[in-house]
Ligand binder design. Structure first.
Ligand code: GLC
Length: 743
């Protein structure tokens, strides 16, 4: 690629090395209003070639960014036109949804969250950035850090689950992985905190639906992960599709200006979601594209993704005095500043030489480790697992997710290489000792299939086997964007199949691959062991083999609550007490109600007659092959003043015969405050590894900052009073003590 004098070179030649602000202002001063508006457009550039219309638009400086082009030669061709032929030679942002991998696919983000391993997630994002930047991509629309409390919502798959602290921690890790230490380095890409804000609160889990989020919830639950992203230096934000209390995010001045710019002093770029500016009129906030553009610019959307409202109306809005030119300058500066930070003015082209080979062995090894650590052991009756393969003679592999290289990759994998995806069947065939006979019966063509013709063959295989390994779940299309479900049972005839396999009497190990929590009480009842593998990515198969046969130990912990039934939703651990909290002596099935029972015979509390109040599995839950015991909870003080911290420790012992990882979780409860506070809030966690018989003391430090919240007076801070603290294995367990924060 011939290197012409870049804009930066030319500018620096004229004025010498300069600061980011000097460079941006100098360039802006040369731009016409039309040039500036051109920078605010991101257009879809998918396809094998550059259309004449796109070529002309880039050449005229009417495009600031493209999306969905990942052929490095085409990306470079776009950049060459922009750099050498457009009025100011301004390079393009090239965006792609690199959500959980590019060529090498890692577990879906909800699965990665189950690792509770920030360093691992950062490493996976680093590999993703390397592979994507080699293709010419310099911007990903990830991490998705929407708090997700509703398993019906298809996009829970892309989230880190229901907790603000875990989501904030893991989102920051992913950002560090994408952006590295130097955003201008050849193998780093700009990250994007999305979808700002509250998208996961969509009514009934229906995607794109209305959200009604009171300020207290907005500030205490939905905003914290985005603040953590801003603090981690995330280069961009993306607005949500959602209507937030009547003002859709892409026109919402409170979140985009008051919170993001004024309170947080954020100076990165804000991009709309796909065509979400025009959709302001569909919502009914505006009456047409011109006013939609005006609302979005006024609120603070710098760049319009896949829409034309800015291109069509901004010049007129400025000419008519409805938008001040200074506003357009601010938006343009945010775009130019990002391009400067990315180093695009001096190095705009794809840099494959700076990136190791896609899907190289060390990347596949990382993908396997991520799949191992994301898998959650939900049930292990009689300690069935881990199995000793040498003692097997005949096994059955059954079910529609046993051998689905594409489906196990999960949602949002535009560029994943299905050919490299290793399934459980492939892994079992490759790894089982030669003397073990494997009988495979897919039984159901898809996870939605209801054809039971092969049930007899499956039952025969199970009957003849020492163990039946049953792989069930959801095809990837059943989760992700616009793919919400009103019923979150196993689809199709999978439950019926499992019930019949269980009836053979052969021990059943059931593995669920899905993009969301499912209502799987029947699976737990009809299996001897249950592993929840999410959509585990390229190396899901080998990971599951190693977990089942003890070459690895399950350490996943649920980042989201699993309901018993869909009618319990929303159900999440950090709920409010209510004035009538339920207790465990509530009935949980209407069959338990005696005939003629009196109106008040079950207690008047917050529960369901046919489900009780507890979930199937709580947030933070997961079993291991160890036998983990917590004891000796210690607080170094029981009263702290606002500027002091409190040291909390507990001893953890593995009393089992297998090595195990344990994720010790620290929760607090602010017992009384100016607004009601959750019955528990995760404030820290530590993942430790214990050999059989080994004991380790975990130590946590709580500071005033950890106790702060958005108070009734609309400020963030602490309030004196009593706090309860737990150290334990999940949100329903733990050793507990109390301390007082003094005034
Ligand atoms: C989609 C999604 C968003 C994604 C964007 C670009 O509609 O909402 O998460 O990054 O469009 O594909």
């Amino acid at each position: 690629m011939t290197k012409t004098m870049s804009v930066l070179d030319r500018t620096q030649e004229e004025t010498g090395p300069e600061s980011e602000d000097d460079f941006v202002r100098a360039l802006l001063s040369k731009m016409s209003l039309e040039d500036k508006i051109g920078q605010l457009q991101q257009v879809d550039a998918s396809g094998d070639t550059i259309s004449d219309a796109l070529r002309d638009a880039v050449r005229a400086g009417k495009i600031g960014a493209i999306i969905n082009q990942v052929d490095p030669s085409v990306c470079d061709a776009f950049q060459k036109i922009a750099v050498e032929e457009s009025p100011h030679g301004i390079p393009l942002l090239i965006g792609r949804d690199v959500i959980h991998g590019f060529k090498t696919i890692f577990p879906i983000p909800l699965g990665q969250a189950a690792t509770w391993n920030p360093e691992l997630i950062e490493a996976c994002a680093r590999v993703s950035a390397e592979e994507a930047s080699a293709a010419g991509v310099n911007w990903t629309f990830s991490p998705m850090i929407d708090i997700s409390r509703d398993a019906r919502w298809g996009r829970i798959a892309e989230s880190f689950g229901e907790d603000p602290f875990l989501t904030a921690t893991l989102g920051a890790s992913m950002i560090r992985g994408y952006q590295g230490e130097d955003l201008s380095a050849p193998n780093t890409i700009a990250a994007c905190a999305k979808h700002f804000v509250g998208y996961g609160a969509s009514e009934s889990g229906r995607d794109y639906d209305t959200t009604n989020i009171p300020l207290n919830e907005l500030h205490n639950i939905y905003l914290p992960p985005f603040k953590a992203a801003a603090d981690a230096g995330v280069a961009t934000f993306m607005t949500s599709f959602g209507d937030i209390d009547g003002v859709p995010a892409s026109g919402n001045e409170y979140i985009l200006k008051n919170v993001l710019r004024e309170s947080w002093q954020y100076d990165g770029l804000v991009v709309s979601d796909w065509d979400s500016v025009r959709q302001l009129s569909v919502h009914g906030l505006t009456d047409g594209d011109r006013n939609a553009a005006k609302e979005a610019v006024s609120a603070g959307v710098d760049m319009e993704m896949a829409g034309s409202a800015y291109a069509a109306h901004l010049a007129d809005l400025v000419a008519d005095g409805e938008i001040d030119l200074s506003r357009v300058n601010e938006l343009t500066e945010n775009v130019l500043r990002l391009k400067f930070r990315l180093g695009l003015f001096s190095a705009p082209y794809a840099r494959p030489e700076a990136c190791t080979l896609p899907c190289a062995q060390e990347k596949l090894d990382l993908a396997k480790q991520a799949a191992i650590e994301s898998t959650v052991l939900l049930e292990n009756k009689g300690g069935l697992l881990p199995l000793d393969a040498s003692r097997m003679n005949r096994v059955a592999v059954i079910g529609p997710m046993s051998d689905q290289p594409y489906e196990q990759l999960g949602t949002w994998i535009f560029d994943g290489d299905e050919a490299l995806s290793q399934t459980p069947l492939a892994a079992f065939r490759a790894s089982l000792p030669a003397h073990v006979q494997l009988d495979y019966v897919q039984t159901l063509e898809t996870t939605r299939a209801r054809d039971t013709d092969d049930f007899e063959a499956a039952k025969l295989a199970a009957t003849n086997a020492d163990i039946a390994f049953v792989f069930l779940g959801e095809e990837s299309i059943l989760s992700g964007e616009a793919h919400s479900r009103a019923d979150i049972n196993l689809p199709g005839a999978q439950s019926a199949l499992l019930e019949q396999l269980s009836a053979t009497g052969t021990p059943v190990v059931c593995v669920i691959m899905a993009g969301r929590p499912l209502t799987i009480s029947d699976v737990v009842e009809n299996s001897d062991a249950v592993l929840f593998a999410w959509h585990g990515g390229t190396m899901s198969g080998p990971a599951l083999y190693e977990l089942i046969f003890g070459l690895a130990s399950p350490s996943g912990r649920l980042p989201v609550t699993f309901p018993k039934m869909v009618g319990q939703i929303p159900i999440y651990y950090n709920h409010k007490s209510t004035g009538r909290p339920a207790s465990d002596n509530q009935i949980t099935h209407i069959d338990d109600i005696e005939v003629g029972a009196k109106q008040t015979s079950f207690g008047m509390t917050a529960f369901h007659l046919d489900a009780g109040f507890r979930p199937l599995f709580p947030f933070g839950f997961g079993l291991s092959y160890g036998k983990i015991v917590y004891d000796d909870l210690q607080l170094d003080r029981h009263q702290i003043s606002p500027n002091e911290s409190i040291r909390i420790s507990a001893r953890i012992t593995n009393c089992g015969k297998y090595a195990a990882s344990e994720t010790a979780q620290l929760y607090i409860r602010d017992v009384a405050a100016s607004v009601t506070r959750p019955v528990r809030e995760l404030k820290s966690f530590q993942k430790i590894h214990l050999q059989p018989g080994e004991t380790e003391t975990v130590v946590f430090e709580l500071t005033e900052r950890d106790l702060a919240f958005y108070r009734r007076n609309k400020s963030v801070g602490t309030e004196p009073g009593e706090f309860q603290v737990w150290v334990g294995a999940n949100a329903d367990a733990g050793l507990t003590a109390r301390f007082v924060l003094e005034a």
